[in-house]
Design a protein around this ligand. Sequence first.
Ligand code: CTP
Ligand code: CA
Length: 221
Amino acid sequence: LEGFFVPKRLAGRKVVMTAGPTFEAIDPVRGITNISSGKMGYALARACVQAGAEVVLVSGPVSLPVPLGVECVPAASALDMRAAVLRALPDADVFIGVAAVADYRPLQASEHKLKKTGEALSIALTQNPDILAEVTALPAAPFCVGFAAESRDLDAYAEGKRRNKRLPLLVGNLVSDGMGGDDNTVVLYDDAGRHPLPRASKAEVARGIVDHLAAMLPPRV
Ligand code: CTP
Ligand code: CA
């Protein structure tokens, strides 16, 4: 019932988001992935729905239930994720990139299982497209929010990413504070500076992010 009593700050807004890791196939049974439980992204999707938004969640492989009212589009690789995001994007007011997208994928996935040879193995990798950077560069880009999980120097890396990707808002956390668990400690970065949120459950942190983001959105036309 908690969603019933809070003002619907995202009513009439469409939010497209990514969450979870991506999986980049090496062969039919192996791949490269990032570590991401998807918990922060799923909590944020739920908070957006509770705030009245229509939510399309493009999700990498995670084992989490889809929050009620969220339209979930599964995507395995970064290329799948990018295609699903571009399909969902028309009419979106907000794009939130929470996914831990693999930065590289094998140049070519092997059709059959690789067999061990007793020798060292090198796999050629190629860089994946940056989904968030592509969305921000669109002529009719929605309001874009980035995430950054860093292992050190959070302020410098997070603010650097926000500026490089020209994001009005970025959510940063230290890997040691958030990864895999049910709680998180995040800092919001925007043009006004840094806004630390108190350590709390990911559900609570998600509501804090939604409040901040909703206050930054241009008025609906
Ligand atoms: N992102 C994305 N597509 C990618 C890589 C990142 O959409 N191929 C998004 C993430 O979802 C996140 C933001 O960009 O919102 C920052 O991701 P991160 O991995 O922290 O930054 P990178 O720019 O990839 O820099 P690096 O990994 O080298 O620190
Ligand atoms: Ca990256």
